[in-house]
Design a protein around this ligand. Structure first.
Ligand code: UDP
Length: 404
């Protein structure tokens, strides 16, 4: 009853102080020959009813849904709830409770980390729903206020700063790795975050490797932002740290063999122990630290990897060392998939804490990493992030000139 009252009063406030001024602005735009003020949209409520609603005609996710607060007054919607689904996106008779204008799915979708899929995220929300969790969704939604509706193109590959990366979902990325093993093929997989893009400008050899790589995954919220800047819609933020649990499930289920190569001595053993506790049937068939003499001792390490009969090799030397090592030694490696994973082992060995989920959901994991290792990370993030965005902007202008 109290929640209902709070929702009622909040919706009234939103309608009066946000929706009404917005309507005035859109009407002025309309008067001067601009676009229509409203767009029609039908939403799924439950198996027997739909909601015919109007949205403001703007690209901003939260601004365009302002008229929906009138349906909170009438009791058809919640402010916070399971995700609000356009009728055309519903394929089966789902029971997802009363939908909310704001939802945990929407926050994860904006930051491209809705890996589990909409249904599972909604079901998880309904299972764990509490006033505290709803309040957190509200706070996270306020922090993501500038998000825009995905009206951009969603191509299979995206060219950013001269690198063509795969614009795929997390499950499609895993499928690609799995297919490589099942078909006994041999492939390299790399991730690129904004820091990696910056490194292209300092290291010709690294650039040459990445330019000819077929399997590059987009890593991090910075790449998501860059894609929005160039008018492309990223499907998922496919980063190694988020991928690992799914990869382990896949390795476990298919009885593949995993080799961990990289990080300081002792780290891979800790990681192996942690993973085997969590995934009892996982086969980690070998480990090796990343501080051997790469010039003179690579043969010994490759021999260990080959003898272990690994299918999937994770190489964690950091960018671009790992990419260069994989390229140089790929022909000697008897594996199916070599994946460059950067600092991943430090997280999963328990050596380095990972950012809390709310920070990841907001796409600010880098802030946490900066707090953890300010001396090492300030250059990467404080200088590197704006530099990356500036480079994207300049590159976009150049691309536009070429295309016109
Ligand atoms: N590392 C290594 N061998 C080296 C240098 C680094 O195995 O010669 C490891 C290091 O211990 C760390 C990882 O590579 O675990 C690099 O982590 P970082 O977070 O810098 O990688 P990024 O993902 O940012 O490239």
């Amino acid at each position: 009853m109290l929640t209902r009252l709070i929702e009622f009063v909040t919706s009234l406030v939103v309608l009066l102080f946000a929706a009404l001024p917005m309507l005035v602005l859109l009407s002025i735009r309309r008067l001067f020959g601009g676009k229509v003020c409203f767009l029609k949209q039908a939403y799924y409520l439950n198996t027997s009813s739909t909601l015919k609603a109007k949205l403001f005609n703007t690209k901003h996710i939260y601004l365009n849904t302002l008229p929906l607060y009138s349906h909170v007054l009438s009791g058809k919607l919640n402010i916070i709830g399971s995700s609000l689904r356009p009728i055309e996106e519903v394929t089966s008779g789902l029971e997802i409770g009363k939908p909310g204008i704001l939802s945990i799915w929407l926050i994860r979708r904006i930051n491209k980390i809705d890996y589990e899929g909409r249904d599972n995220i909604d079901l998880e929300y309904l299972k764990n729903r509490s006033i505290k969790k709803d309040f957190m969704i509200l706070v996270k939604s306020l922090l993501a206020l500038s998000a825009k509706v995905g009206a951009n193109k969603t191509p299979e590959k995206i060219d950013l700063l001269g690198i063509n990366f795969l614009n795929c979902s997390m499950s499609a990325a895993l499928e690609l790795i799995s297919r490589t093993v099942d078909m006994n093929k041999k492939e390299k997989f790399y991730f690129m975050n904004p820091d990696c893009f910056n490194k292209l400008f300092e290291d010709e050899e690294y650039r040459a490797i990445m330019e000819k790589s077929d399997n590059v995954f987009p890593d991090g919220s910075g790449v998501n932002l860059a894609c929005t800047m160039i008018g492309k819609d990223l499907r998922h933020n496919v980063n190694g740290t988020d991928m690992l649990p799914y990869l382990c499930e896949m390795v476990e289920k298919n009885r593949y063999r995993l080799f961990l190569l990289g990080a300081k001595p002792g780290i891979t053993e800790k990681m192996k122990k942690n993973l085997e506790e969590k995934y009892p049937d996982l086969i980690v068939c070998g480990t090796n630290d990343g501080y051997f003499d790469r010039e003179n001792e690579s043969d010994i390490v490759i021999d260990r990897i080959n003898k272990s009969q690994a299918n999937i090799l994770l190489v964690a030397f950091g960018v671009p060392l790992q990419e260069k090592w994989i390229e140089k030694n790929f022909h000697e490696l008897q594996i199916n998939a070599a994946i460059g994973v950067g600092g991943l082992f430090d997280f999963y060995s328990g050596t380095m804490p990972r950012a809390p989920k709310w920070m990841r959901e907001l796409g600010i994991e880098w802030v946490f990493r900066l707090m953890m290792e300010p001396k090492r990370m300030w250059r990467r993030y404080i200088i590197g992030n704006p530099l990356f965005l500036k480079r994207v902007r300049t590159w976009k202008k150049e691309q536009n000139k070429v295309n016109n």
